[in-house]
Design a protein around this ligand. Sequence first.
Ligand code: MG
Ligand code: MG
Length: 630
Amino acid sequence: MRRSIATVSLSGTLEEKLRAAAAAGFDGVEVFENDLIASPMPPREVRGLAESLGLSIDLYQPFRDFEGVDDARLERNLQRAEAKFELMLELGVDTLLVCSNALESAIGDDARAAAQLHRLAETAAPFGVRIAYEALAWGRQVNDYAHSWRIVAEADHPLLGICLDSFHILSKGSDPAGIRDIPGEKIFFLQLADAPHMAMDVLQWSRHYRCFPGQGGFDLTAFTGHVLAAGYTGPLSLEVFNDVFRASDPQRTAADALRSLSVLEDALSREQDGAGETAAPTGARPTVALTRLPDPVEPTGYAFVEVAAEESSAERVRAALAALGFEHTRGHRSKPVQLWEHGTTRILLNSADPRLGHTWSGDAAATALGIAVTDPDGAVHRAERLLAPPLPRRRDPSESRLHAVAAPDGTAVFFCPAGTAEGDSWLGDFTAPAVQGHRQGSATPLTGIDHVGLFQPFDHFDEASLFYRSVLGLEPAESLQLAAPDGLVRSRALTRPDVALRIALNVSVLGRGPQADAAGGAQHIALGCSDIFAAAQAMNEGGVAPLRIPDNYYADLASRTDLSPATREHMREYGILYDRAGDGEFFHFYTPMLGGRLFFEVVQRRGGYDGYGAANTPFRMAAQRAEQAQ
Ligand code: MG
Ligand code: MG
């Protein structure tokens, strides 16, 4: 299918937007009127530039408040439209988006609206222009796609069709299945946007919070499936109004946008395969070619997490690992990298990462995630098709060849072969174990890496969630907003229900404060355990006191839980926090901050608890702030 993007989705001048769309690989654009008006380029020059970039101009938009007006107003509106048709000829675009009248004065009379849109199509005919009528979610009289289609059907003009916009339909909870009954050739245009679920005025929601498919909470796969089933063969076009995208690098946003369409098309194509045997042939419905990506990755968990630390902080990281029961078991054959193990849980400690102090500030940072996958070659192939930058890896001949790609925040994501036979082949990069056989020191009841928490760059939070969703097949949860001492933090977890692989992404809502970006925001590695009290005691006895939580927290716990006084006292002693959801319980504590931004967390899940103790995050952040102020 052809892929298109509205210029309003990208930052910059019209020229910068066109160049970014072309560089990402889009086939066409929707020109947003204000972008053209603001441009020093005359329409013919814009057309020439688009042509030279290999872009078609698929839509001119928006034309507002046309229909449902009195007769005198209609004549003025037709004159206004004619001026736009002339401009469109110069621009080389043949479809005009007309959105439903949002004025208070709009007249609720379908016959009048149909007759007026028929006049508009008649006026457009000599210019070779067609009209795509879109029901805005906040249209005064027409705000539902079924209603816009009834009017278009009644107007019955070959140059008049409808424009479907997923936001306007899904934001109102309308059932998109009815789209299947609209003749495909009368759907002149399709605009796609996702959005997080929010309870707010729909106009504000639309203008500020739209995002690319796969980044929000709407089911764009099902929605687009209905439109294709109707027989639509036009472009898939992204129209995304988003405060962050409007201000970020347009090239990067355009690449993120194209990735979202690849993921959407891939999902649609797999659904069509699945339906292929049962669905009756639909006869007249035209079929479209959809992008197909290599098969989704099947991760089986964390193979390792890599931490980089300057020598000053590396000492503290080593002390924390040792106190948690890890042992330094091996050294890398060619690099100053230590392997620390607890059972099959592995942390790499790199004391010579050149990116530290450049890509990452502070003295310590989590720099790489090793993900065990069933098919590493397939995983890297899929990641590259999703425009994830492959990372060059300095290798010595003896070293295993682990594939890695860069996540949006610069974190390296390694694909390690899962399974027993060759699953640990990357360990061949390391010297033989320093300690053979059964190791002491594994007394702490750790069970593995529960999750990794990474602060994200302000501009790339949505991009990151789509990256982990599409590259690792993780499912994003709804975003949460947490009131931290230095400002609001938005948090979103990604996981797979069947696999112990969880990532928590955080971002400063206003993009400010000491934790405002990927280079300086706090990161943590959370370790699962089967006995939180034993783990806390072992760490404490190992010489690392847990992060201290104020007594007020435990007074509050007493008022709202039935935890026994002895348990609460024990928790207070070790800074253990608590959360509950249904029958599930969550106990967790933290190490002190190591190197300014890195810390470890130890968690115990009971009774199927599936969250991250997010309600406690503000208290953790306040405690860290108090600790650093000392
Ligand atoms: Mg729209
Ligand atoms: Mg956590």
